[in-house]
Design a protein around this ligand. Structure first.
Ligand code: RNT
Ligand code: ZN
Length: 419
């Protein structure tokens, strides 16, 4: 049977349950997934040499990593071409591209330092999301940025934040797509701190200073990302869950960003999505896969990824949840990492869109819980793969069975030829 024939057959099965598979595909093609540039070079960036700091770490030394903007863009093109669906790109400030021998520090960044990225995005009809880079820099004095007791340090990073808002607004204007600008800092302490309040008050006031930069709230959506702990800051992080959530709740136009690697291992972001959607018009996500800790493994089609997608879809919130990827595995082919992560999120969303939630909700509301359990188990065995293959085919993306071959070819033709 061809892909089309399998699709037509399976479509009938979904139709029998009241789900229109074609509509699901159509809906999914309009959901943007923000593709993080930093998977391509192990979060190194272009603005300076030096180690990755801020409590995050990449492990592995797989050959072929992108070392220049041209290489990174080529790899992102390759990865995106392997995936069906609508994309945005997600940049960090450390990926500024300096031309003609110019170099400025992070507090002095300007839109022009991202013009090459804008040209890249516009040509491909992609929106851009943005992140100030509060790590891997000598001004992270004692590992601190916006919470630093040193006013000079805080000022530097506040100015960086303001510069990033101006750049985010430039992205939105040039691409015609609103820009999500995410604030995450790794500030914290390795061992038991004597003051847990002071750093948080300084963090709050620093973000408030950054937000004094005038900007159009319809164009730039500022998010604050929380974290439970980082490498080297195991005892305390200033930007905890309660901090980020409260900050967003108390500041007009600010949204909370949940990274599902940033909670205690038995907490799940999927359940937090409807809780936050009860109060916030919009929220943002970093989808990752934490293995025992915030290890930033490549997203696969595991239970929690499916559950996150289900919540977004059944809360009817595809337009209210900004979905971005955030992982960095340096131990495998990096283009494959991107492609598998992106495809897994697309698959999870497709499965969610192919599920008859109206019926299932009704069972819950009528307390028909036995029937609900059996229905949920029945849904799990539906032929999602046939619809997925069709979705890939009509979008010109490879099928799962052909993904490795495509990666292997790019590795031999391009990645292994890099110096
Ligand atoms: C770190 C956060 C943050 C980073 C990126 C590079 O734990 O998840 O989002 O991964 O900003
Ligand atoms: Zn993140």
């Amino acid at each position: 049977m061809t892909v089309k024939e399998r699709y037509e057959e399976s479509k009938k099965l979904f139709a029998a349950m009241g789900v229109d598979a074609y509509k699901a595909i159509e809906r999914l093609s309009k959901v943007p997934i923000s593709v993080h540039c930093w998977q391509g070079d192990d979060v190194k960036g272009f603005d300076r040499e030096g180690p990755l700091t801020g409590g995050i770490q990449t492990t592995g030394n797989y050959p072929g990593k992108a070392g220049t903007p041209i290489e990174l863009m080529a790899d992102m093109d390759k990865a995106m071409s392997l995936c069906p669906g609508k994309k945005k790109i997600n940049l960090h400030a450390s990926y500024a591209i300096f031309e003609n021998g110019e170099h400025v520090d992070r507090d002095k960044l300007e839109p022009k330092h991202f013009k090459v990225w804008v040209d890249y995005a516009v040509k491909r009809h992609l929106g851009i999301d943005f992140n100030p880079t509060f790590f891997s820099h000598p001004m992270c004095k004692d590992g601190l940025t916006l919470t630093s007791p040193d006013e000079e340090v805080r000022k530097f990073w506040i100015n960086h934040g303001k510069a990033c808002i101006r750049i985010a607004e430039y992205f939105a204007r040039e691409t015609g797509v609103p820009c999500v600008m995410n604030i995450w800092i790794g500030d914290g302490y390795k061992d038991v701190p004597a003051d847990r309040l002071g750093p948080r008050i300084r963090y709050k006031e620093s973000i408030e200073e950054i937000l004094k930069q005038p900007y159009d709230k319809a164009l730039v959506k500022v998010t604050v990302e929380s974290k439970v702990f980082g490498i080297g800051v195991e005892s305390y992080t200033a930007g905890s869950g309660e901090f980020a959530l409260s900050f967003a709740a108390f500041h007009e136009g600010c949204l909370p960003l949940m990274d599902n690697g940033h909670y205690h291992p038995t907490e799940v972001v999927s359940d937090k999505i409807p809780a936050l959607l009860t109060f916030f018009d919009e929220i943002a996500l970093h989808i990752t896969r934490g293995v025992r800790w915030d290890s930033d493994h490549v997203v696969i089609l595991d239970d929690e990824t499916k559950e996150i997608a289900k919540e977004i879809v059944r809360c009817n919130a595809l337009e209210r949840v900004h979905i971005a990827l955030d992982f960095f595995d340096a131990s495998i082919n990096r283009v494959a990492a991107w492609a598998v992560g992106m495809r897994s999120v697309e698959k999870a969303l497709l499965m969610a869109l192919l599920t008859p939630y109206e019926r299932l909700k009704k069972l819950q509301d009528e307390n028909r819980m036995t029937e609900l359990m059996i229905s949920l188990e029945t849904v799990k065995m539906l032929p999602f793969g046939d619809i997925w293959d069709e979705y890939c085919e009509i979008n010109g993306a490879v099928k799962d069975a052909d993904l490795y071959g495509a990666i292997d070819k790019y590795e031999k033709d391009v990645l292994m030829k890099r110096g």
